[in-house]
Design a protein around this ligand. Structure first.
Ligand code: PFF
Length: 459
């Protein structure tokens, strides 16, 4: 039955069909624009190496433990975020509030995520028309400028993307999406690695390798450290409670730690490969990787304008990017919809249409983008980047802080122990995780957050 993607467990709660189903859905949520669009451009803006190193440390020491925490909370509570906090904390209002803040973050995140996904849909069209072949980098930059300055076109593609996401959640073809992820994700991996191998033949590849992996600190600021932390949440889809819902569908015997580790490794691999695809082409034409959100829409078409069969590569690349964005967007919309259903006791259809419509309308503000593009005068503050700043660098880290405090201090140790081990005996690993979520993660988040705020206020 298309509308029920899960099997009913004896407890009455739906469950993933298999462990692979969960990993695929969570990997589909994790791998998206964050890996291929955002990570390369923030790495470029923050000067490479040292930023990447801090990011990797944040992924391993903060992001992964938070992911495990979210799934533990979800499976222990068997509910969506707000209800899960409520249930496990004995009805304390403050924790419900944390759930709601997460849902708000999801709403805002999807509003601008959809705008960028809309751009990638437009770029599929440009590739289909063979718009990159024979163009120089300046003309390729012009294509992007033309898109973001054409408000009706930006809103149209944002609308198409949001409409599609809403329709998928509405008609419940998640099983189809799972099958899609099964095919498209490996394809994305193979394709990205293929592009990287091609980029490896360029003389500029070693410069790119050095840029990404040598820990030089020329451009890293306090804000950059916060950005690395925030992105570790963004890319793993943690901090807003989305994986609480996913965890609630997870089978009792499935290994949360192994699944989280697999998702994290895969996600990080894609992000690093994306950098090693984009930077060689940028460096080859003497461009700097500092132009922010437009980077992918400039670097990749430059690549496709030069390589044999570039038009075809372009269609496949932007097609896969669109698909990766779609699976992430579905999971984001699910967070909002499932909470509205549970908390406001409204039907699924109404909840989906109201959420999708609201997100579309709010996203129009981000579509009206005054992005700073080199050589083009910016006309005002850029709403899209401001929203991304608040979500990634404020909402998600603070959400992550709350989640680890909840998992480490609020829920009984016996509960987290049982969920962590999933019928295996791993006392030392559990103690390590508990130490991280009780002390290391909260301290790291608070320190990086305050350091960055104080630094910005020049205190
Ligand atoms: N992790 C996604 C990406 O990297 O593109 C973005 C995302 C999806 C964040 C779902 C949060 C979320 F709940």
């Amino acid at each position: 039955m298309a509308s029920n993607p899960f099997e009913r467990a004896s407890s009455g709660r739906s469950q993933w069909q298999s462990r692979a189903g969960f990993i695929l859905a969570a990997a589909g949520a994790a791998i998206g624009l964050g890996n291929i669009w955002k990570f390369p451009f923030i790495t470029g803006q923050n000067g490479g190496g040292l930023f990447v190193l801090i990011y990797l440390a944040c992924i391993a020491l903060v992001g992964l433990p938070v992911m495990v925490s979210e799934i533990i909370i979800g499976r222990a509570a068997q509910k969506s975020p707000v209800a899960a906090y409520n249930g496990l904390s004995g009805g304390k209002t403050i924790w419900s509030l944390v759930g709601w803040v997460g849902v708000t973050a999801g709403f805002i995140l999807l509003s601008y995520y959809s705008v960028v996904a809309g751009w990638s849909m437009n770029y599929i069209g440009l590739a289909l028309q063979d718009s990159f072949t024979g163009r120089d980098p300046k003309e390729i930059t012009g294509l992007f400028v033309g898109l973001v300055q054409d408000l009706p076109r930006s809103i149209l593609w944002h609308g198409v993307f949001m409409g599609l996401t809403t329709a998928i959640v509405l008609i419940g073809v998640r099983r189809g999406i799972e099958t899609g992820v099964r095919i498209m994700m490996p394809l994305l991996l193979v394709f990205m690695v293929g592009l990287m191998v091609y980029a490896g033949t360029l003389p500029s590849f070693t410069t790119a390798l050095d840029f990404v992996f040598s820990p030089h600190s020329d451009r890293l600021t306090a804000g950059g450290v916060l950005e690395a932390l925030g992105h570790s949440f963004f890319t793993l889809s943690v901090g807003l409670g989305g994986l609480i819902t996913y965890g609630s569908y997870l089978n009792r015997n499935d290994d949360i730690v192994a699944a989280s580790t697999a998702i994290t490794v895969l996600d990080t691999f894609v992000a690093l490969v994306a950098c090693l695809v984009m930077f060689p082409f940028l460096f080859a034409v003497g461009a700097e990787p500092t132009n922010g959100p437009p980077l992918i829409f400039i670097a990749m078409p430059i690549a496709f304008s030069q390589i044999p069969g570039g038009a075809l590569w372009g269609i496949v690349f932007f097609g896969l990017l669109f698909f990766a964005a779609l699976t992430s967007a579905i999971s984001l919309l699910e967070v909002v919809v499932s909470t509205l259903i549970d908390q406001l006791k409204i039907g699924r259809k109404l909840a989906t249409v109201v959420s999708g419509g609201g997100i579309f309308l709010y996203g129009i503000l981000s579509a009206k983008s005054d992005l700073q593009i080199p050589g083009i005068e910016a006309t005002g503050p850029d709403f899209l980047q401001q929203m991304d700043f608040f979500v990634s660098n404020v909402f998600l880290p603070l959400g992550g802080l709350a989640i680890t405090i909840f998992a480490g201090w609020v829920i009984p140790r016996s509960t987290s122990y049982e969920e962590f081990n999933s019928a295996k005996q791993r006392d030392r690993l559990y103690r390590g995780w508990l130490f991280l979520v009780r002390y290391v993660v909260p301290l790291a988040i608070v320190t990086i957050f305050l350091y960055s705020v104080l630094h910005n206020l020049q205190l």
